[in-house]
Design a binder for this molecule. Sequence first.
Ligand SMILES: C[S@@+](CC[C@H](N)C(=O)[O-])C[C@H]1O[C@@H](n2cnc3c(N)ncnc32)[C@H](O)[C@@H]1O
Length: 242
Amino acid sequence: MLEKEKSWLLKEKYNNKPTKKYYKDVERLNSGEPLDYVIGFTEFLNCKIDLSRSPLIPRPETEYWVSQELKNIKSGKVLDIFSGSGCIGIAILKHSQSLLCDFADKDVGAIKQVKINLKINNISSARYKIIKSDVFDGVKSKYDYIFANPPYISTVKKNKIQKSVLKYEPKSALFGGKDGLFYIRKFLKDARNYLNPGGQIFMEFDFIQKRGIELLLKKYSYKIWEFHKDQFSKWRWVSVLN
Ligand SMILES: C[S@@+](CC[C@H](N)C(=O)[O-])C[C@H]1O[C@@H](n2cnc3c(N)ncnc32)[C@H](O)[C@@H]1O
C-alpha cells in the first residue's frame, strides 16, 4: 500500500523526479500522514482541492451523494454549510454557471482554505460569499438548496477511527458530541428558516444515525424527506423538501 502511495506521490507532485524534498515527503508518509496532505491537494468531482490548510480531506462518499443530487440541479442559490475545504460548493459552482453558492464554516483555517480553492478553480467572486459562522448565526440570506456535511462522528466511537485520521485531520471537523448529533440537531432546528419555499436540504450523516435523524425531522415539523444510500450501500444522506 505504502509503495503505491509513494509512486503516486512521485508522479503527482514530483513529475517522476525523486528530489530531496520527495524523500522528506516519503518520511511523512512513513509516519502515517495521509497521502492527500503530503501531495497537498486532492480531486473532488473534477475540481482541484488544495489542502494546504489541513481541512477535512474530502471523502468519496461525499463526492458520490453530491454528484447524485447535482443531476437534478441546474440553477438557483445554494448554501454550502460546514464547508471545510469548500469541495462541495466549488463542485456546485463548476457544475453550472447559473448556480450561485455561499460558503459557511466556523473555522478560520477553513475560511482561508475556501478562498484558496475558489481562486485555483477560477470562480468569479460575483458568484459566492464566504461567511464565518457558528452553524447559522452568521447566515443572513435564504437559499434554494442547502448542502451540509456536518461533523457527525460520535465521540464514543473515537477508538474505532483510523489512527491517521485522528492524528492529522481537524477534530472540529469530525466529532458531533456523544451521539454524533450535536451539530445535526442545531442544523435541522434552524435550516428551514434559511430555505426559500420549495427549497431543499441535503445532509450527510453516519448510517447508524438514520433513526435519530428521522425523529429530529418530525420534531422540527419537516414534512417530506427521503433517505439515500451511498456507493457502499450504507445510509449516507437525507434530502428534505421545504
Ligand atoms: C465534516 S467537515 C465537512 C467539510 C467539507 N464540507 C467536506 O464535505 O469535505 C465539517 C466542517 O464543519 C466545520 N464546523 C465545525 N463546527 C462548526 C460550527 N459550529 N459551525 C459551522 N461550521 C462548523 C468544521 O470546521 C469542518 O470544516
